[in-house]
Design a protein around this ligand. Structure first.
Ligand code: ATP
Length: 236
């Protein structure tokens, strides 16, 4: 197992948002975490990346207990989150944004190779490398956020709502690239409200409801599960 959450609890003040969730991600997988607004998807990501401290339970990554490890040190271990809402640096160029993603690294040759990889995955970013991040379209900013995360050469890429606010065609492009990134060897944990796309791309998935995992299965099992269909796929 590359990532393992065991009975993880997270609270905001006195309000518990995650009530002891357990899940795992194996090397090479795309795993999707789906759930409605407020189910705790973002909180789960924050717990994994280290932005929120745990109130209980533990997180293991690549054989190490990282439950209390600082967020920046987790990036150095190979865990990188591309955040919800993208959060690129709008005043910096595309290239500068991508360079920021490699801030924990010292291997110039490896960084240069990864930059070429990102430009290969996202030709639009290569065309716009000198343009300020803030002038890109929503889809391009999302691509930049994913590209920036890849520049840390993650063992596990955490993607928080990559489809948010994007047009259907752009969503498909983003998910095509997620699949490609995975086929190139990066493990992916994906949080999504777009359950259809996420489950159809994922090897496995978990359904989160009000801070609890209520269901798990392969992407295909969940896509065809009547309760999942009704609640998350808009099919009765
Ligand atoms: P969304 O898709 O809307 O982002 P989500 O599944 O990611 O939803 P979370 O954002 O993780 O859900 O929220 C889980 C619960 O924690 C919700 O009840 C939410 O109101 C609460 N919560 C989230 N962030 C905070 C915060 N900073 N302070 C207090 N409560 C919070």
């Amino acid at each position: 197992m590359l990532l393992e959450l065991d009975n993880v609890t997270v609270a905001y003040g006195r309000i518990e948002a995650l009530h002891g969730i357990s899940l795992h991600v194996d090397e090479g997988e795309i795993v999707a975490l789906i759930g409605a607004n407020g189910a705790g998807k973002t909180t789960t990501m924050r717990a994994i990346s280290g932005i929120r401290a745990l109130a209980g339970g533990s997180i293991r990554f690549n054989g190490e207990d990282i439950s209390r490890l600082r967020a920046d040190l987790r990036v150095g271990r190979g865990l990188c989150q591309s955040p919800e809402g993208r959060q690129i640096f709008p005043g910096m160029t595309v290239l500068e944004n991508l360079d920021m993603g490699a801030y924990t690294r010292r291997d110039a040759a490896g960084i240069a190779a990864d930059l070429e990889r990102v430009f290969g995955l996202f030709p639009r970013l290569a065309e716009r490398r000198k343009q300020a991040g803030g002038t890109l379209s929503g889809g391009e900013q999302q691509m930049l956020a994913v590209g920036r995360a890849l520049m840390s050469r993650p063992k596990l890429l955490l993607l928080d709502e990559p489809s948010m606010g994007l047009a259907p065609l752009v969503i498909k492009q983003i998910f095509d690239i997620v699949t490609e990134i995975n086929q190139q060897g990066t493990t992916v944990l994906l949080v999504e409200q777009n359950a259809q796309q996420a489950l159809s791309r994922a090897h496995r998935g978990y359904v989160l409801e009000t801070g609890r995992i209520v269901k798990e299965g392969t992407g295909q099992e969940l896509l065809h599960d009547p309760a999942v269909k009704e609640a998350y796929l808009g099919v009765a």
